[in-house]
Design a protein around this ligand. Structure first.
Ligand SMILES: Cc1cc2nc3c(=O)[nH]c(=O)nc-3n(C[C@H](O)[C@H](O)[C@H](O)COP(=O)(O)OP(=O)(O)OC[C@H]3O[C@@H](n4cnc5c(N)ncnc54)[C@H](O)[C@@H]3O)c2cc1C
Length: 458
């Protein structure tokens, strides 16, 4: 919800700055046929350009994974959602800018009215007067590449995650090309305040972020060298059942809150993967050398995680970046707290349950009783379930555990949540389908507040 507000507020800010600057410098045009159409085309071209490069600057800024961004929108998964929606908005504005206003409307007006009412070519920044041709070409090619990358991001079946992630790294280069296009072609009149000040700040911050990304510096300040202290298979079948990995942390680890996640790099060639910290602070005890430990529960959901059991061994070094996220399972006291976990989406709830154990160092002040719905494929073979049952049994404030066992056709149905009351705070972590079903029901129920931890960052 906060993410949507930030998105619309940013779009409104860009539009307002453009409208004020355009209005302050506006001269009524000569009244020849087609003038007003040409004016519409002229201003539409610039407004869509401002939207597009403004949104791209926001995308670059959000890629920095800064703590203040999490506070603003409520967690890193929400920062990535905003990053994605800003990408979609930039693509739509870019398509309107080029095909809508420049090509389609420009050609149509030329054919209908001729060039008589067309505004004269705008003056640009003095140092950019010779950049016009190059600025246009660079902008056009960057636009094709950006649109192709945005389609590949949204249409996930076209390209698997790993090659997509490598390709996504060229985004900062394309952004810098868009900055060049803007500096070369944005009219001098729009560089006046307030648009000029806003655009100057956005291009400077966005370019800094793009260079930071190209230098591989993003997240570096929050990276820690840890080591594996224990690896255990939670079940019978390696490569199918989850692995429990305990990591011994360095002394400068800043600590975490129950429900947060980290990016974990077991292998330099593979790169970091996001995993929830499936333990409350201080709940995993210490390694032999006194180092604090945290727990990861990793389900083999893809090529890499399926062969992790062969790779990981005690003493193996791990790079951990974080912690990130604000999935704390604590809503408003007056509402019933409902937790919903699907499969390995139970990991943040393990941490939240541990934080509710008597004497836990990270006891949650002011926490309310909760109901946990846990959806599992087969309760009898679920290696994580016994721990969840034990933790729920002794949780304070209490947590009622309801297990939905698919093997026994005990499926979870969102409408069953109505029996918990009308005012619900729902905390959900699980597969996309489960999230979609609960979101659809939540849209029909005025008193439901849904907080979803997205297990997908693309
Ligand atoms: C916030 C968050 C918390 C998570 N917590 C857990 C957890 O506690 N336990 C658990 O088992 N799984 C967790 N996951 C999912 C886990 O990250 C993926 O299952 C894992 O990265 C898959 O890697 P793969 O190469 O084996 O699979 P692939 O088949 O390559 O990928 C499967 C899917 O995993 C995601 N993914 C893959 N690689 C990455 C990456 N480097 N960065 C981001 N996403 C990636 C993509 O959506 C991809 O489509 C979490 C994901 C997120 C976003």
């Amino acid at each position: 919800m906060r993410m949507k507000k930030v998105f619309w507020a940013f779009l409104a800010l860009l539009t307002l700055a453009w409208a004020l600057t355009t209005w302050l410098g506006w001269q009524p045009p000569k009244d020849v046929p087609g003038t007003w159409w040409w004016q519409l085309r002229h201003h539409g071209l610039y407004l869509t350009g401002v939207w597009s490069v403004g949104m791209m600057s926001l995308i670059m800024l959000l890629a920095l994974r800064q703590p203040w961004q999490e506070r603003l929108v409520g967690g890193l998964d929400q920062v990535y959602r905003l990053h994605k929606w800003a990408g979609i908005a930039a693509a739509v504005a870019m398509a309107l800018h080029y095909w809508g206003f420049k090509e389609f409307l420009g050609d149509g007006l030329k054919a209908t009215f001729g060039r008589a009412g067309k505004p004269a070519r705008d003056a640009v920044l003095s140092f950019a007067t010779d950049w016009r041709g190059l600025g246009k070409d660079v902008g056009e090619w960057a636009m094709y590449a950006l649109l192709a990358l945005i389609v590949l991001t949204l249409w996930q079946k076209l390209l698997p995650y790993k090659p997509w992630r490598k390709l996504h790294r060229v985004m900062p280069v394309l952004y810098l090309a868009a900055v060049f296009h803007t500096v070369a072609l944005m009219p001098l009149s729009l560089w006046a305040a307030p648009m000029g000040v806003l655009m100057g700040a956005l291009l400077a911050v966005g370019s800094g972020a793009a260079l930071w990304s190209l230098l591989g510096k993003i997240g570096q300040a929050r990276q820690y060298s840890a080591r594996i202290d224990s690896v255990q298979l939670l079940g019978q079948h390696a490569g199918q059942d989850p692995l429990e990995v305990l990591c011994a942390l360095p002394s400068d680890w800043p600590g975490h809150h129950a429900g947060q996640f980290v990016f974990v790099q077991f292998d330099g060639a593979e790169g970091p993967h996001p995993f929830t910290i499936a333990s409350a602070p201080g709940a995993c005890g210490q390694a032999a050398d006194g180092a604090e430990r945290l727990r990861l529960v990793i389900k083999p959901l893809g090529d890499y995680t399926q062969q992790l059991h062969q790779q990981l061994h005690v003493g193996h070094s791990v790079r951990i970046e974080g912690p990130y996220g604000r999935f704390d399972g604590q809503g408003v006291q007056e509402r019933q707290q409902v937790w919903i976990a699907g499969g390995v989406g139970v990991t943040p709830f393990i941490a939240l349950l541990e934080a509710r154990q008597p004497g836990a160092p990270a006891a949650q002040a002011g926490a309310a009783p909760a109901v946990l719905h846990y959806c599992t494929r087969a309760a009898a073979k679920d290696g994580v379930l016994p721990r969840i049952q034990a933790l729920a049994a002794s949780a304070q404030p209490p947590v009622e555990l309801i297990v939905h066992d698919a093997e026994k056709n005990e499926y979870f149905r969102p409408q069953d949540l109505l029996r918990h009351g009308k005012a619900l705070d729902i905390w959900l972590c699980g597969p996309a389908g489960l999230g979609q079903a609960v979101r659809e029901q939540a849209q029909r129920e005025a008193g439901w507040h849904l907080h979803q931890e997205a297990f997908q960052l693309r």
